[in-house]
Write a protein that binds this ligand. Sequence first.
Ligand SMILES: NC(=O)c1ccc[n+]([C@@H]2O[C@H](COP(=O)([O-])OP(=O)(O)OC[C@H]3O[C@@H](n4cnc5c(N)ncnc54)[C@H](OP(=O)(O)O)[C@@H]3O)[C@@H](O)[C@H]2O)c1
Length: 292
Amino acid sequence: MTGPDRVDTTSADFADRYGPWALVAGASEGVGAAYARAMAERGLNVVLLARRQAALDEVAAAIRADTGADTRTVAVDLSLDGAMETIVKETAGLDIGMVMYCAGADPNYEPFLANPVETALAMVERNCVVPLRICHHFAAPMQARGKGGIVLLSSAAGLYGAANMVAYGATKAFDTVMAEALWAELHGKGVDVLALVLGATDTPALRRLMVRRGALSDLDDTAPIPGAIPLNQVVTEAIANLSNGPTWFASDQLRDSARQLGTLTRSDAVKAMLRHTSGGVMSGGSRQEAAQ
Ligand SMILES: NC(=O)c1ccc[n+]([C@@H]2O[C@H](COP(=O)([O-])OP(=O)(O)OC[C@H]3O[C@@H](n4cnc5c(N)ncnc54)[C@H](OP(=O)(O)O)[C@@H]3O)[C@@H](O)[C@H]2O)c1
């Protein structure tokens, strides 16, 4: 976690550089909720966006009580038509200096042909179309002000093709490359852009998937998910590397795996992923990194 231009994560400079408002898409739980809280702790107000109004309200109330930050919640399904219009309307008049696009996991981990094509298209809408539109809308004022930050959540699943992740992996490759290319255009203009690549991370969504697939037994178990990156590590690494884009892998293990796979040809890397996932059948916790 070193870099030429490391962000001061604690001082008022942070709020000046990335405030006054942060927009976090996918903020009702997990990484997004933790990142929204971390922004509020650094002096930013936060707009929290997800589908479940009650869960958003709970996260927002806790953030307000603990930090004194202002919050807004926007209940919107990012895979449906009209999502962007809702976001534009609900954020009108706010100076958004930080965007984190978090919503994006695949709740299914199933073969491409197991679901109607609309399932894959909804993922493309949520993981590609809407974040692209969000970046276009919110990066313009950031560029004009000469400051701001954009973090797009991506996945190791976007590095190479793998079974059961046809649409998911492809959308995550899109997110990584979009963030990297935005970084190329914007970092010289004062706007930090980061593709934050995760492996298996201890989120409620991963827990639900693992319980559904029999890799964990209890949805209400509060013990850490074995082998998964803790939420606080993801948030800490994200903030520490905001200005060290274009890409950051969020754990040592992931950085090692990516380095090893990078020594192979793409074809061999895909075959290695196939072996890792037992020919496409996810059989246990160690497979979850590929699943997300
Ligand atoms: N967890 C992992 O192991 C892992 C691994 C690699 C990469 N990642 C990436 O990390 C990010 C977060 O993953 P996650 O595990 O926390 O799961 P997630 O399903 O992306 O959930 C994160 C948030 O997104 C919201 N969300 C999901 N679908 C939405 C939709 N259609 N419209 C609006 N909001 C939506 C959820 O709230 P609501 O249900 O209230 O809408 C939740 O607040 C994703 O981009 C994922 O690709 C995760």
